[in-house]
Design a protein around this ligand. Sequence first.
Ligand code: ZN
Length: 300
Amino acid sequence: MPVYSEEDCEGALFMAKWPSGYRCPRCVHPQYYNVASKGRKLFECISCGHQTSLTAGTVLEGTRTPLCKWFQAMYLMQIGISAKLLSELIQVTYKTAWLMNHKLRYAIEQWDRELPLQGQLQLLGEFYGYEFSRHFSSISADAEQRAQPVIVGASIVESTGTMTNLKIKRMECAGSVPEDSGELERFLRNHAVHAVDRAGEVKVFDRRDRRERSALHAIWTDAVRWLARTFGGIGPKHLQAYLDEFCFRRVLRNESMAELIGLCGRTNTIINRDLVGKRAGIQPIRRGRKYTNSRRKVAS
Ligand SMILES: [Zn+2]
């Protein structure tokens, strides 16, 4: 695992948060003084005196964990590990590691919303639950737990077979069947662009058809295997966040860490209460105006 310096991490997060240079969050002035308060590094606006920190307004807001550990957690999210293993590797408590992983997944949720499926689509309805967990020898499989219907959808370049985007979504309605045409339509409406009148561009695979195994079947098997081996299976409450993480990694591959740093810099804070309880919607940071003047003066 790489070791990062705090300065390098600050530089990377600065670029993610202010890609065209510092902007005062109150008056958008582009110049600041470096100041320190109670050991924290702050940016003080030259114009209005407003002080802000690097993590303020980002998904890392309020963290007391050093940035270098956050960056190691982002690095490890390229593999997808449990909070328990993360806590051992970067030397934080289990609770901290759990929250870090979930805050990163919250940032990934933003990526998911910004990037709907488009072009030629392939869909596969599946179930996640006991029978899969049992199949892969999960230790925490709960026999009473109902199987969760999910839809696996991918944007495919037909000529080359290359997958350019992937989403796996748990169906909202309890007891719904993933191959139901209403559910497939709902999936397209929520997660694909120009979803209307595009029946010819969508290929739907049947999970029960053993003769026609598609790339989507293989992807789904990988997802189930990862959930079983790494976490011993995941319950319905947080399943969607883990599936989004899987898709993020699968689509971005080597670029996933750079993308995650960018997302952390521009995704608004989620408070821990929201994370543990019902998952709240994402509020992207609003950038009201475009600024062309990126000249920056640092005085201290
Ligand atoms: Zn200001």
